[in-house]
Design a protein around this ligand. Structure first.
Ligand SMILES: [Zn+2]
Length: 443
């Protein structure tokens, strides 16, 4: 290991060969709630956010679930259009699907941005690291670089692999999407406030620091646009807020898929009205809501999916969640889990977004926007056709809510006051606190 100072001297003599196109790297930490960015847990993210273009939070699309929001950010489409309605859902024949080609291909005209980028040709190459949906072909195409989901792969190794894609001599990636499964995975088991969850939040911050070191080390600060974001927030659930659905309607009258606070119910032939009536009566408890397809709120952009035909949809109220059967546990007072999927108007479902690099303003507080607007922003910054302009693919997102974060559009309002600015720029500001860090990868 060599001190950072030596690293800087070494890179001064070497220039990393990278794409001649705009370079965009998107990093997602699953279920990183907007209020996890705190000085005592995530010092690197605090510094990065302060130096970036960043809203106080980003709003998820409904349902506030992993596959839904990651596919929304990749396609610019709401769930009712891209067809991924949840992590677990019914297929056409009412069988369970979970992370299958079929789940991500209800409509074959839906193509994620990493494939669009490849289609532009001219030396453009995409890399996808474990991003939900990224290891399936779309219209017969994959990214140039694909790392399938592999939880055992150390996080620093993932960063190293991403950098190797960007630095590849023959096929340098110009657009990379990378997914990290925490703090979501741990938090589901132990809740938001547990030390185990905090440890994963800290781990994400340490990984951001490592990534920033690599970017600095490779002399890519003025080339690379880095977007750090997440898909949704998280809520803690105690035992007294568990809803045992089977106690309300005989499970002989329907098939059901429960995913935290969300449930798809497929009544048996001739049983729709009976099942709907039973769950509607149960919902008088005030802990959840019951919807026929045409009763689902328009604002969720969910109801018009053909995949909901013939189903009843249930959504728990905040801090409640469904459970299939009776929990056989003794320590009910100590029971605590984490979940998400609620109404996207619930502020605990809000998540993070911070963008830095040559395309973005520094030290800029943006207005909050929805995750569906990430796609047009990425299209624009990557130099692809921007939705809303001639020849671009239609999408549900808009540049109107995100354009003001771009450097060239720079109006005056909402720029942070001088006291919060850092004259050294984004990367220098973030790296300053760790001048003694050791980095060897670029040597
Ligand atoms: Zn998630």
């Amino acid at each position: 290991m060599l001190p950072a100072a030596l690293c800087v001297i070494a890179v001064a003599a070497s220039v990393t060969a990278v794409t001649r196109h705009p370079l965009v790297l998107v990093i997602s930490f699953d279920a990183f709630r907007h209020d996890y960015v705190r000085a005592n847990m995530t010092p690197s993210m605090v510094r990065l956010r302060a130096a970036s273009a960043s809203p106080p939070y980003m709003k998820s699309v409904f349902p506030t679930k992993t596959f839904v929001n990651h596919f929304t950010m990749a396609t610019g489409l709401y769930a009712e259009t891209h067809g991924v309605l949840d992590n677990y859902m019914f297929n056409r024949s009412h069988g369970l699907i979970h992370y299958t080609y079929e789940q991500f291909h209800y409509d074959n005209t839906v193509v994620p941005l990493w494939v669009e980028n490849e289609n532009y040709g001219d030396g453009r190459h995409s890399g996808v690291m474990m991003w939900p949906g990224s290891d399936f072909e779309y219209q017969g195409k994959l990214s140039t670089y694909v790392q399938k989901y592999n939880r055992s792969m150390p996080w620093n190794d993932r960063v190293d692999k991403i950098m190797s894609w960007i630095k590849d001599d023959n096929k340098p990636a110009n657009l990379v999407f990378a997914y990290f499964e925490e703090p979501d995975r741990t938090c589901h088991s132990v809740g938001v406030e547990s030390q185990e969850t905090i440890n994963q939040i800290v781990k994400a911050d340490v990984t951001v620091k490592y990534l920033l070191d690599q970017i600095k080390c490779e002399n890519l600060e003025k080339k690379l646009n880095l977007i750090i974001l997440s898909d949704h927030g998280m809520e803690s659930i105690t035992y007294d807020h568990i809803i045992f659905l089977e106690s309300y309607a005989s499970n002989m009258t329907y098939k059901m898929i429960v995913t935290g606070p969300n449930a798809f119910v497929y009544p048996n032939p001739g049983k729709f009205d009976e099942v709907y009536a039973n769950f509607t009566k149960a919902a008088e408890s005030g802990t959840f809501n019951v919807y026929k397809q045409d009763q689902i709120p328009e604002r969720w952009h969910f109801k018009n999916s053909p995949r909901l035909k013939g189903l009843i949809y249930l959504l728990a109220e905040p801090s409640y969640m469904f459970w299939y059967d009776i929990l056989n546990i003794t320590a009910k007072d100590e029971f605590k889990v984490g979940t998400h999927g609620y109404d996207n108007a619930n502020e605990r479902m809000n998540t993070i977004f911070m963008a830095s690099g040559p395309a973005f303003k520094s030290n800029y507080t943006a207005e909050p926007f929805e995750s569906v607007d990430v796609y047009p922003l990425l299209s624009h910054v990557a130099g692809l056709k921007t939705p809303g302009t001639a020849g671009a693919r239609p999408c549900n997102g808009t540049m109107d809510t995100v354009r003001h974060m771009l450097r060239q559009d720079a109006p005056s309002a909402a720029v942070r006051p001088p006291s919060r600015r850092r004259s050294q720029g984004v990367w220098a500001a973030v790296l300053l606190h760790a001048a003694v860090a050791t980095v060897t990868r670029c040597l």
